[in-house]
Design a protein around this ligand. Structure first.
Ligand SMILES: *[C@@H]1O[C@H](CO)[C@@H](O)[C@H](O)[C@H]1NC(C)=O
Ligand SMILES: *[C@@H]1O[C@H](CO)[C@@H](O)[C@H](O)[C@H]1NC(C)=O
Ligand SMILES: *[C@@H]1O[C@H](CO)[C@@H](O)[C@H](O)[C@H]1NC(C)=O
Length: 319
């Protein structure tokens, strides 16, 4: 177990310390788009299951640096805590999937986390788009107090991707600290992709008037592929008609929507001439849930288990 988890924290640790050890001139710092999938199974992507339609992800994967032995804890909360802090979740009391509604748990406030490091030490502007799931009981635990300049997304582990209702029908969607009700009814994958495009546009506009504009770190933390399984029907009709299992068909549609969002974002980056200054990191917080239609084949087991299927995830960097 330990060596495998060590491998999982390598990415984060290197991310923090390699960058700190060798400072580079301000203009050379790459913009970073960190795509964090939710419960994406090993087999839930086009290059492993040809019934899935993910040409954008497949393209970046085939040209990127592939981390074929990338391991995470088996649940969302602990995995995200480890990713953000570079610390084993066991050391912070976050090894259970603890941070749910009514919980006061959070990454201890004394721990410096990734966006803080990037913002305070490396001069990045930092944005969280999508799921947080790292504490919300006190204001100090929320994203904009933990190193993110902006937040557009939700606090809890999962929600209905259209209504944004969590457990007990609590509405869970915010712009920074403000509850944002105007997005109710709009599909999460659209919202998060469009918000990312907006941040890129704002960056480009700022760069035009100020060459010293801070590079961006955008953590694009999609709620897909976490249950509940829902997606606008046209993704299924267009790309997933041949998938026979009902749940898997919806997962296929959810992945097609994510891929389209990433195509939109990378097309914009290309159009703005920002592709040469870009580092894309793509990973998932844990393995897929096959009861919900994900597949970890040929890996054994599921999310929430310590089999490979629960803890080994698709990870690559593309630049
Ligand atoms: C990556 O891991 C999978 C699953 O163990 C294996 O089938 C595949 O050959 C590996 N790929 C490389 C390039 O090592
Ligand atoms: C809610 O989000 C929408 C979409 O990004 C945005 O236009 C609007 O300003 C936000 N509302 C609040 C109250 O922040
Ligand atoms: C991608 O952009 C197109 C055209 O603007 C839009 O219709 C589509 O909804 C976008 N897809 C996502 C997932 O945001």
């Amino acid at each position: 177990m330990a060596p495998k988890l060590l491998a999982s924290t390598f990415l984060v640790t290197c991310f923090l310390s390699c960058a700190v050890a060798q400072p580079v001139p301000a203009r050379k710092k790459p913009n970073i788009l960190f795509v964090l999938m939710d419960d994406m199974g090993w087999g839930d992507v086009g290059f492993r299951d040809s019934q899935f339609h993910t040409p954008t992800i497949d393209g970046m994967y085939s040209q990127g640096v592939r981390f074929n032995n990338s391991y995470t804890p088996p649940n969302c909360g602990p995995s995200r805590a480890a990713l953000l802090s570079g610390v084993y979740p066991w050391r912070m009391g976050l090894q259970g999937n603890a941070i749910n509604s009514g919980s006061s748990a959070a990454i201890p406030l004394g721990r410096t986390i990734l966006p803080q490091k990037l913002k305070d030490d490396l001069g990045y502007q930092t944005h969280l788009v999508g799921k947080w799931h790292q504490g919300f009981c006190k204001t100090e635990q929320t994203p904009t107090e933990r190193g993110f300049d902006s937040f557009f997304g939700f606090y809890l582990s999962k929600q209905d991707p259209f209504s944004h209702l969590s457990k007990k029908d609590a509405y869970d969607f915010r712009s920074d600290h403000e509850v944002n009700r105007s997005v109710a009814g709009q599909y999460s994958t659209y919202l998060f992709s469009e918000r990312t495009r907006q941040l890129v546009r704002e960056y480009k506009a700022s760069l035009a008037s100020n060459a010293d504009t801070k590079p961006f770190f955008i953590m694009l933390s999609y709620s897909a592929l976490h249950a509940p399984n829902q997606v606008p029907q046209h993704y299924i009709d267009q790309h997933c008609a041949d998938v026979s299992d009902h749940n898997r068909q919806i997962k296929c549609g959810m992945m097609a929507a994510v891929d389209e969002g990433l195509k939109n974002i990378t097309d914009d980056l290309k159009a703005h001439g920002l592709m040469d200054d870009l580092l894309v990191v793509f990973t998932s917080d844990d393995g897929g849930d096959h009861e919900e239609g994900s597949s970890n084949w040929p890996l054994r087991g599921n999310k929430r288990t310590l089999w490979e299927g629960g803890i080994r995830v698709t990870t690559f960097m593309y630049s």
